[in-house]
Every structure is written in structure tokens, then in C-alpha cells.
Design a protein around this ligand. Structure first.
Ligand SMILES: Cc1cc2nc3c(=O)[nH]c(=O)nc-3n(C[C@H](O)[C@H](O)[C@H](O)COP(=O)(O)O)c2cc1C
Length: 341
């Protein structure tokens, strides 16, 4: 059966992959998964785990966070592992190489990663074709961003270009204004700057909804490094712009105790266990500010089934894995699903 086979193979392969440079390991792991997963089907889950959110039906709450499958090349393989949703991207209108290597670092003892990838991706046209060609039956999130060489004051054009190119293949959009690895991007979380992105996106979405006969939800993905006042302002903006949901959180540039590691990697964002506490705090604060009506996807430091249960209990409608999945492989997803039964 797919689930068992994937876990056993990963159990054998992970220690070997983890001896390689992290980006090489990531690319090799994905290629191996793609070869092996042919013919696998996602493991069945009881209908009681299904989540109705964003006007969509998710088979269960656990998905894969953005940045793992940047170009939509591995959707079918990742779907065969059993994720209810995969957030593809972050995609920019034009292809770009991202930051120079090395740009991904393991902090194994801390259960963490530091990355300063910088939106390496093949561009919106390529991704639209890959996603259209995939057989994956789960929910397809599309994370959208701006090219590194687009000036910040023209950022809205890039988000709009991605929206148009990817609309037909997306089940939801994540407006990524929280990556620390594109200069100035996080400034787009400020109220005026955010309005300058979100308002044109909303207008364009209405036009595209009429043309395509489907209204694709727009979510915003936020940084854990916003202080509480900025989080409250963000929640107010989410309400006033009638955004459909929030994804909390992206990586952090300021986790106490990791200053030396961040200096050594020359910047980047931390993910994994050290992010757990702040990501949970952010979720709790947003839940209070937003009430129950606006779904929040909880991400950041989910390393065990226990973490997932806590995040759902704190008000996340859905959750996403990244660093936990890098260290533990498909066994983590299956542990989470068993635990939720
Ligand atoms: C190597 C790497 C690349 C990432 N790329 C993206 C990205 O392109 N877009 C995005 O929104 N988040 C990206 N993220 C952030 C993750 O989606 C997630 O929000 C973050 O890692 C926290 O979750 P975790 O602690 O489970 O890893 C990336 C994370 C890593 C480690």
C-alpha cells in the first residue's frame, strides 16, 4: 500500500539523503519520489476527517506548505503520499534563478532549517502547464509573489500577472508578502502597501471569476516577525479587504538564540521547531481578532502529530508541514492522520 511503502522507503533513504548538501538532497528526494510513486494512490482516510473551508472540501486538515514543490513538477507524487492540499510556488511571473548557493542550511540538532532561496522558480506559464497536466485530486494552492527585479512600487503588476496566468488551475491563491528572501517584500504587509496589492487583485478576481465560472479564494501569508500591533492591523486589513483566509506563518528572521546561525548563513529565514511557539502565538492572536468566520491555515514548527493537534485546537482550520516533513518524511504525515482518526 502506498502509505506503508512510502514510509518504509523514506525510512531507508532519509539518513542517506541527509548526508548530502540540503538542496541536492531535496532535488534527489523529489525525483526518487516521482519515480517510485507511479501507480501509488493516496491512502484512504475516513470522511469524518474532511474539512469544509474556503468553499472547498479538503479530505483532511494536513497539507504541504509552499516552497517544497516550487514549479508543480511533483504534484502527483506528493498527492500519492496523501497530502490533502499542496501549496505550489511561490511563483513569479517570469522565471528566475533565486539567490546564489548555498542558500539552504540544516540545523539538525535544533530540528530547523535556514533558507534564503529567493523564489527560484520557472515562472507562471511553466507552472500553469505543469499544474494543468497533473492528475492530483487534492486541493491545489498557488502561492504568488513578485520577481526580484520588479521594483516594489510595481509589485501589484506581478501579483496580477500570476493571478491571470494561474487562475484556471488554482483552487486557492496565497498572496505571499512575507518571504524574508526577496528584498523589501515584507514591507508589503503594511496597511497601505497591502491595500495596493489586494484591491487590484480583488477586482481582477471578480472579472476572472465571471470568465472562468469559479471564484478562487485569496489568502494572505504572513510573517511571524510582525509584532502584535502589526498583527492586529493585518487582521483588520483581512476583514476590510474581505480576504478569504490567512496562512500563518512564513519563516522568521529573529528567533532568539539563533543569531549566530543566521549571521553564518548570511541571512534567510528559520523554519522548524524553533518557530513553533511564535507561529502558535500568531495563530491564537489572529483567531481572537478574526473570530471564527475567516479560516486560518496554521504553519510553522509542526514536527509531530501532537503539534498538529495543538494547532487545530488553537483554531487553525487546516495545517501545513514543511521542515518536519524534511526531517521525518512521509511517516510524519501518516502519524498525523492516524492521530486525527
Ligand atoms: C527551503 C524552503 C523554501 C520555502 N519557500 C517558500 C516559498 O517559496 N513560499 C512561501 O510562502 N513559503 C516558503 N517557505 C516557508 C514554508 O512554506 C513555511 O511557511 C515555513 O517553512 C514554516 O513551516 P515549517 O516550520 O513547518 O517549515 C519555504 C521554507 C523552506 C524551508
Amino acid at each position: 500500500m502506498a502509505a506503508g511503502a512510502a514510509s518504509r522507503l523514506a525510512h531507508l533513504a532519509l539518513p542517506l539523503l541527509q548526508r548530502l548538501p540540503p538542496e541536492t538532497a531535496h532535488a534527489l528526494g523529489l525525483r526518487a519520489l516521482k519515480l517510485l510513486a507511479r501507480g501509488w494512490a493516496a491512502p484512504p482516510v475516513p470522511a469524518t476527517l474532511a474539512v469544509q473551508a474556503l468553499g472547498l472540501r479538503f479530505a483532511h486538515p494536513v497539507g504541504l506548505a509552499a516552497g517544497f514543490d516550487k514549479d508543480g513538477d511533483y504534484l502527483d507524487a506528493l498527492g500519492a503520499l496523501g497530502f490533502s492540499h499542496v501549496e505550489i510556488g511561490t511563483v513569479t511571473p517570469r522565471p528566475q534563478p533565486g539567490n546564489p548557493r548555498p542558500r539552504l542550511f540544516r540545523l539538525r540538532g535544533a530540528g530547523a532549517l535556514i533558507n534564503r532561496m529567493g523564489f527560484n522558480n520557472r515562472g507562471a506559464d511553466y507552472v500553469a502547464a505543469r499544474v494543468a497536466g497533473a492528475g492530483y485530486r487534492g486541493i491545489r494552492g498557488l502561492s504568488i509573489g513578485k520577481n526580484a527585479d520588479t521594483p516594489l512600487e510595481r509589485a501589484a503588476d506581478d501579483y496580477l500577472a500570476c493571478l491571470r496566468t494561474l487562475y484556471a488551475v488554482a483552487d486557492y491563491f496565497a498572496i505571499n508578502v512575507s518571504s524574508p528572501n526577496t528584498q523589501g517584500l515584507r514591507a508589503l504587509q503594511g496597511s497601505d502597501a497591502l491595500a495596493g496589492i489586494v484591491e487590484p487583485l480583488q477586482e481582477e478576481r471578480e472579472r476572472l471569476a465571471a470568465r472562468h465560472g469559479k471564484r478562487v479564494p485569496l489568502l494572505v501569508k504572513i510573517s511571524p516577525d510582525l509584532d502584535d500591533a502589526a498583527l492586529r492591523a493585518m487582521a483588520a486589513a483581512v476583514r476590510s479587504h474581505a480576504l478569504d483566509g490567512v496562512i500563518a506563518t512564513n519563516t522568521s528572521t529573529q528567533v532568539d538564540g539563533f543569531e549566530r546561525e543566521l549571521a553564518k548563513s548570511r541571512g534567510g529565514g528559520i523554519s522548524g521547531a524553533p518557530l513553533r511557539t511564535r507561529a502558535l502565538e500568531v495563530l491564537r492572536l489572529l483567531r481572537v481578532e478574526l473570530g471564527g468566520a475567516i479560516p486560518i491555515i496554521g504553519v510553522g514548527g509542526l514536527m509531530s502529530a501532537d503539534d498538529v493537534r495543538t494547532r487545530l485546537a488553537a483554531g487553525a482550520s487546516l495545517v501545513q508541514l514543511y521542515t518536519g516533513f524534511v526531517y521525518r518524511g512521509p511517516a510524519l504525515l501518516h502519524e498525523c492522520l492516524r492521530d486525527l482518526h
